[in-house]
Design a protein around this ligand. Structure first.
Ligand code: ADP
Length: 291
């Protein structure tokens, strides 16, 4: 079935990204509530068709750790991407204070499983792991979105990507962020940075008092400074070890996804009840946009 703009009812804006608006929509033919993401690009029809072809692989990407893809189309120079609606939005909205250690373990488990699934099944490297690209639904499920499935789309977006919160691994910054030689090890670094951020609610490289033009200084810190770490008071030794393994400065020292899944920190909380639904419901209730 080919999804098209005329199928949708009752649009309301739920988020705004760098390339356009994300809306909550009702898809009449299937009666499913979806999230519709608009991506504004300066491309011709041939290039837009190439993106749609590449995105279509996602119809086979069914995993509990990946946001479901329903289809994509373009109108003029906008690509519209339809996906599963995730009621709680992205992880960056959920932590203004530290994330409890048990919830963080479940989040880490889901992120690693999602990344491993993309790599094993589709040979996809995410390339943009960060809290805004991890979504949460009202059952407390954690799923990845915005991964680099379309080479053409990656290339078009990379040209305009800005922002001072940098999740890029030191080896990528050193290589001039070129796409060549990008491996899963660099995604594992970004996972580590995201987890440190969730323990405090703040991006771990200090931006305090620096002008936003000092993106350069942050990149220097990432390359030359010690990796960020987690405070010892609220997080166990196992948790801190897991995160510091992701943040080995040398990519070859970082564990594989399979090794991460066997880490005692993740194993402990997979074998313990963690009330993810309660946590998500609570976040929904306290969110300023809930109605
Ligand atoms: P960016 O370009 O910064 O990655 P996006 O355009 O992907 O941001 O998304 C903007 C915001 O829209 C997100 O931070 C999130 O809160 C919301 N959002 C994106 N996708 C969904 C979805 N599938 N369900 C619910 N909310 C979403």
């Amino acid at each position: 079935y080919n999804i098209k703009m005329g199928d949708f009812d009752s649009r309301c804006e739920i988020g705004r990204g760098q390339f356009g608006v994300v809306s909550k929509v009702f898809h009449r033919p299937t009666k499913v509530i979806m999230a519709l993401k608009e991506i504004r690009l300066q491309l011709d029809e041939l290039q837009l068709n190439q993106i749609l072809m590449e995105l279509n692989v996602l119809h086979e990407a069914s995993s509990p750790y990946i946001v479901d893809f329903y289809g994509a189309f373009f109108i003029e120079s906008c690509v519209y991407y339809c996906m599963e609606y995730m009621e709680c939005g992205s992880l960056d909205n959920m932590f203004h204070v530290g994330c409890p250690e048990d919830v963080l373990a479940r989040i880490a488990y889901s992120m690693v499983s999602g990344l491993k699934f993309l790599k094993d099944k589709f040979n996809i490297i995410h390339r943009d792991v960060k809290p805004t690209n991890v979504l949460v639904n009202s059952s407390g499920e954690i799923k990845l979105c915005d991964f680099g499935v379309s080479g053409k789309l990656n290339a078009s977006l990379a040209k305009t990507r800005v922002g001072c919160e940098n999740y890029m691994a030191p080896e990528r910054i050193k290589s001039g962020a070129s796409d060549q030689g990008y491996t899963v090890q660099s995604d594992i670094w970004s996972l580590g940075i995201s987890l440190v951020e969730m323990t405090t609610g703040k991006y771990p490289y200090p931006l305090n008092g620096r002008p936003t033009t000092s993106v350069f200084l942050i990149m220097q810190d990432i390359i030359n400074g010690p990796a960020p770490s987690v405070d010892t008071e609220n997080y166990s030794e196992e948790c801190r070890d897991f995160i510091s393994r992701c943040l080995e400065k040398d990519p070859n020292d970082r564990p594989s996804y399979a090794q991460l899944l066997e880490h005692p920190y993740l194993v402990r909380y997979q074998n313990t009840h963690v009330d993810m639904t309660g946590w998500a419901q609570n976040a929904l209730r306290s969110s300023p946009s809930s109605s």
